[in-house]
Design a binder for this molecule. Structure first.
Ligand code: BV8
Length: 235
């Protein structure tokens, strides 16, 4: 059953869970532009810096202060109420959607809790810090493990599944994304071409707000549960 409701989420849905957005950090981390830390070239240039960047963000997930918020729970409730009809595609690499109960979920930019062997492509689940010299079980040597994250200039994950769902959806909901990063920022045009109703829920108009039929400019924690109730009250 192809989902009739496709939901794209970005860093804004996790703000009320205590995770900073890219733009709020002015795109900077330890005085590095995010685009300079989250690239394959950065990893070759300074693997310790890049591992540290992701170790810090991974450890945040285990802090008492970081947990799913009402927006994550509302999307999980919608999926449970409409089995098979809802797909969440998240740009986020945190695990808040899963912890809230979402199951039909694509992490198009990868996951903080996964490492990948660059040689064998084997993916390893981890909650620990990673270091460049870590050995991987598949090769038994060091230096091949990297965050299983899509960096700038790399192809996002499961794009065929994303486009297949977008091509036939009836409702496309974009939540908490500035519309700066492609190909995610182009999803609304695919949904428009499929004749879907397109809605943007974001604190402020995104860079691509004119592409949407409807807009709700408010915090996700308040706006998403309300929007989900509206859907559940309709047919
Ligand atoms: C690709 C993982 C091609 C990493 C991320 C030059 C060279 C190479 C590529 C490019 C280039 N120029 C352009 C590109 C394309 C590039 C791109 O789009 N760059 C941008 C900067 C111009 N894209 C890529 O490189 C992509 N790959 O093009 O591959 C290719 C083709 C064929 C074969 C091979 C390759 C890959 C992009 C993925 C990069 N990885 N994440 C990591 O996380 O460390 S992207 C990263 O930034 C996030 O995942 C997220 O996607 C993005 C940040 O965007 P948002 O989620 O929107 O977050 P942001 O902070 O921007 O906005 C938050 C919004 O929330 C704000 O609007 C705010 O108002 C709102 N908000 C705040 N609080 C709330 C709220 N809303 C609601 N409620 C609240 N409470």
């Amino acid at each position: 059953m192809t989902p009739s409701i496709v939901i794209l989420t970005g860093a804004g849905i996790s703000v009320e869970s205590g995770i900073r957005t890219f733009r709020a950090a002015d795109g900077l981390w330890e005085d590095h532009r995010i685009e300079d830390v989250a690239t394959p070239e950065a990893f070759v240039r300074d693997p310790w810096l890049v591992h540290r960047f992701y170790n810090q963000r991974r450890q945040q997930l285990f802090s008492e202060a970081v947990k799913p918020n009402a927006a994550h729970y509302a999307l999980a409730k919608l999926e449970q109420a409409r089995p098979g009809e809802v797909l969440v595609i998240t740009q986020n690499i945190d695990n808040l959607h899963e912890r809230a109960g979402s199951r039909n979920l694509i992490h198009m930019h990868g996951e903080l809790l996964n490492l990948r062997c660059a040689a064998s492509e084997v993916v390893y689940r981890t909650e620990q810090d990673s270091m460049p010299e870590d050995l991987c079980d598949c090769c038994g040597s060091g230096g091949n493990l990297r965050p299983d994250i899509v960096w700038f200039g790399e192809m996002p994950m499961q794009m065929e599944a994303c486009y297949q769902a977008l091509d036939s959806c009836e409702l496309f909901l974009s939540i908490g994304t500035s519309g700066n990063v492609y190909p995610a920022a182009g999803f609304v045009e695919v949904a428009n071409a499929a004749g879907a109703r397109t809605v943007e829920i974001n604190l402020e108009p995104s860079r691509i707000h004119t592409a949407f039929d409807e807009h709700v400019h408010a915090g996700a924690g308040e706006a998403v549960p309300q929007f989900v109730e509206q859907i559940l009250r309709s047919v």
